[in-house]
Design a protein around this ligand. Structure first.
Ligand SMILES: [Zn+2]
Length: 190
């Protein structure tokens, strides 16, 4: 119960319910769950270039020679990469920040992979950085922070169009809305 209670969105009551559910599972079902957790931690790692989760490093997207290496799409979470890939309209690379600037939750800019993004862009081969953080307050603040961090580097910085409902999250948007938001991206004001 204690460990389950550390999962996001799981309070004390839910942790209790899950724990009793696991007790009622058959031995095979319970061990399959344990094995899946072990397997994901042993096989899946973070790509050292884009920080998304993958079974190889570099990940299949970074290693794909057909991807456009001059464009980097910056997202908050690894699962946002899946959302954008499903939209089918993007052929560039990604950069996973590993969260968003949220001082109230104790997440400071230094906790994100912004410095690694700046390093990458400073090499000079990246022509456009698309900021695809969520269109809510913290996502916007994060986009502004990243844009400022890239200040002075010769790169175009764009933001997703406002097709995704304000306050909503990328992961809940449909593939066509995400594709439209990418298509209609605009330059970010300095
Ligand atoms: Zn990668």
């Amino acid at each position: 119960m204690e460990l389950l209670g550390h999962m996001p969105g799981v309070g004390e009551k839910t942790a209790e319910r899950l724990a009793y559910h696991i007790l009622r599972l058959s031995r095979d079902e319970a061990l399959a769950l344990a094995d899946a957790i072990r397997e994901v931690k042993e096989k899946v790692q973070q790509c050292s270039s884009c920080f998304q989760f993958a079974e190889s490093d570099p990940c299949p997207i970074c290693a794909d020679p057909s991807r456009d290496t001059s464009t980097i799409c910056v997202v908050e979470q690894a699962r946002d990469v899946v959302t954008i890939e499903q939209s089918g309209g993007y052929r560039g690379l990604y950069h996973v920040l590993g969260g968003r600037v949220a001082p109230l939750d104790g997440v400071e800019p230094e906790d994100l992979t912004v410095d690694k993004l700046v390093e990458k862009v400073a090499k000079g081969t990246v022509k456009e950085v698309i900021l695809a953080t969520n269109p809510d307050m913290e996502g916007e603040a994060t986009a502004i922070y990243v844009r400022q961090a890239l200040e002075g580097l010769p790169v175009r910085v764009t933001r997703l169009a406002r097709g995704i409902p304000s306050g909503s999250h990328l992961e809940y948007a449909s593939a066509s809305i995400v594709a439209d938001a990418l298509e209609g991206r605009r330059d970010m004001k300095r």
